[in-house]
Every structure is written in C-alpha cells, then in structure tokens.
Design a protein around this ligand. Sequence first.
Ligand code: T4K
Length: 440
Amino acid sequence: MVVGHDNSVLRASQPSLLSGDLQTASRHEREGREAPPEVALLGSKPAFAEVLQVGRPNIPDRSAFLSRINRMLDNKQLTNFGPMALELENKIAEVAGARHCVATCNGTVGLELAIGALGMQGEVIVPSFTFIATTHALWRQNIRPVFCDVDPETHCLDPRRVREAITSATTGILGVSLWGDYSGEEELRSIADEHGIKLLLDSAHSFGCGRERAGCGIVSDAEVFSLHATKCIHAIEGGAIVTDDDALAKRLRLMVNFGFAGEDTVTYLGTNGKMCEATAAMGLTSIEAKDRIFEQNRMNYLAYMDGLSNVSGIKVRARSPQDRHNFHYVVCEIDSSTAGLTRDELIAALRLENVVARRYFFPGCHRMEPYASLFPNSKKELPVTEAVAGRVMVLPNGLSVSRENVARLTERISSIVYRAPEVRAALKNCKDPRLPSFMR
Ligand code: T4K
C-alpha cells in the first residue's frame, strides 16, 4: 500500500474485522467512505499477536545442532581448539576469502585480540556511529579512540575526515562495515599505507558480505566478525578474526589461549578468548544454512523496499548490486518533517503493534560513558553522526520473519504515518508498559 499522512490516496490497510474498529468501520461504510487505516495506538488490534523483533535468533536446524552436541559429549573434547571450532574456522576463512581464521568466544574479545596483535596503541581513528563494543575494545587497552565522522551515504568512516584526524600518535584505523555494507576499505587501506599505520575492520555485521574485486584476500590487516545470537550467522556467542598475514595469525592463535606456545611456555600477553565446542556446534549448523538464511533475508528486504517505497518520509537503505550481502539489517532513515512523526515516535507506535524496531546505534559512542565525559566536545565534531543516529531505525528480519509479516508490518507503518497527527497526540497520553523506556 502506498500512502503518506499528506497523501490523499488512501486504501483500507486491512479488512476491518477487528473489534476495536467495528464501530468506526460501520460508520465509515454507512457514509460511503473507506475505513481509516488501522493503528493499535488508536484502538485497533495490534498487527501481531506475537512480538516481532530485531535480534530474534535464527535456529536453522535443531536436529543437526543436537547431533553435534551429542558428538561433543561422546568425544569429551569440550573446548581448546576442538574439531568443531577448527572446522568452523576453515569454513569462515573460505567464506571471507582469507588465508586464516581464529575463532573467538565473542566479537568483542576478537576485536581486543586483533587490536593487541596488530600493536595498536596511542590513538586509533574510529567511527562513533557503531556498537559500543568497537570503542570499548580500544579504551580497555588504554588506546585513545579518536572519533571521526561518517559519510551520510555509507554510514561508515568518511575518508576525508580520517585524513584530517591523523596525528603523530595515530597507530591505526578501526573501520566498521556497518550493516554489512561496503565501507570504502580500499580508500582506508591507501590512507593507512600512506601513513604506515594499521587497518582493522570491525565486520561484526558483515559475514558473507563483500565487494567483488579482482584478486583475492582481504583488504585490511584483519577483520573481525561477530557470531552473536542476534547475527544472521551465529554461534550463540562467538566471533572470528580473519587475516591474510601468516605472522599475525600465528600471534593471534597464541594470544587467544593465554599466550601458551607449549605445555608450560607463554610467549605473549594473552587471554582466554577461545571458542568452545558447544558454540562451534551452533556456528557450523548456522553456516550450513547460510544460503537459505541470506535468501530469506533478501526476500524480506525486497518486501520492505516494496511496502515502504511510497511512504512519506521513510527511506529503506539501498544495497549496491556490486556487493554480496547477507541482507540481515533492514535499515530505514526517517525524515520526521515529511513523515510527520519522529523516528522515536514511530518506534513507540510500533511497540503497540507488538513490533520491536531498534534505533541502532543511537546516540553514538561519543555520547555514552566513559567517552561523553572524556571527550565532551566530540559532538560538535560529528555533525553527520549526530544527524544519522537521530533518524535510523532497524526493522525485524531473519528466519522468524515471513514475507507476510513484512507485508503486514509495512502496511501498519504506512497507516501510522498516514495518521501521524493522531498518533502523535495519542502517544502523549499513552502509559502502555510496552512503550520503549525513552518514551515513557
Ligand atoms: N561491533 C559491532 C558493530 C557490533 O554490532 C557488535 C555487536 C560488536 C562489535 C560486538 O560483537 P559481540 O561481542 O556481541 O559478538 C545486540 C547484540 O548483543 C550485539 O551482539 C550486536 N552487536 C548489537 C548490534 O545487537 P542489543 O543490546 O541490541 O541486544 P539485545 O540483547 O537487546 O537483543 C536484541 C533482541 O533480540 C532482544 O530484544 C531480544 C532478542 N533476543 C536476543 C537474544 C540475545 C532473543 O530473542 N534471544 C536471544 O538469545 O545488542
């Protein structure tokens, strides 16, 4: 359906059979008008009986997972580079097109290990528009995160601003390929090479994503994936570092296991960052279903594009046909002056439809502690980050979301936007506990 609150063409969003709307529907019918679009906040039945949410884990094949768990119990190799963790590493390296992969207990520890193994110190340039783990991974190693603004189109580091941020203390760039989209890593690579500094990519969102390019291998010194339960390919908790650098891989392999190079020889400062067999079992089960998961995500993404294409003030982020993509994150930008509602109001109205959309990554790391206190002037230097963080909304996707769900959800979004003035007024008096904390 194609409507906006300022659009005179209106089609009834659903057959109006829902109890809260009966009276209104019959009055409209009597008057020869179409029923108003349904909105739970305005008294209609919620669009979904069960909550539809961003982050609902994909559980691709329960029996394959359980048989791996049984094998693990029979083997009695529960962790410490067990066969399933090693098999998963090979599969991840293959998908990423990298020479090496070191699996880790989560993406955050993967980042910390890669930062340490690359010898980063002093200052590292990083976007603020990312999940807080990216920045914490630096600061926890006493490295100063130098927040750099992002490009309004890519949502990733703006290379011009990266150049301006380099000082004599800069030892690296920590880019983030947000949403699995292309992050301009070739240009970041050139900047890093010009200055003799390292390039690490936080590719937490990007498993299975990438730009087709001549030659093989990865562009950065290392890339880190997250295999957290909320990611399209996951290991319940998990992460993976990939690199083409043999020496770096060797170092990482030691560091992920306390630095042990033999039974009683420690050669590096390390930690316990290993992936255990139970989580590797889920990782393998998940990666086996990769094509099915990506395809369902893609079909849903296209349904979102279609359903929201003409809703005033809502733009679904486009994906470049040049790129391989997992289509996991469905990212919209809300222009409140056209939609008639702010992003936060829309998210709040959706909660009453039993839909949990998220405002990733609001308000930006620079506005979170300890960085807000440490670098109080950052917000003046990050105008694009401030603007983008204020308008992004992520919608549910994954195996638990069907195309029918998407069609229903986009109709509701359309209805909410159509009835924006009433929705805004109703929100002011709403005390529903499902409302997000930022609207209560
Ligand atoms: N870099 C970037 C750019 C990242 O995005 C992340 C993680 C990292 C680094 C660090 O990687 P890890 O160390 O996490 O491997 C979630 C995830 O916790 C986080 O992994 C992810 N990024 C981030 C984007 O999203 P929250 O706070 O939104 O998660 P949470 O717990 O609210 O889960 C989302 C929804 O999913 C919940 O409403 C309920 C549902 N859910 C979640 C879990 C875990 C379930 O239904 N079942 C579950 O088991 O951060």
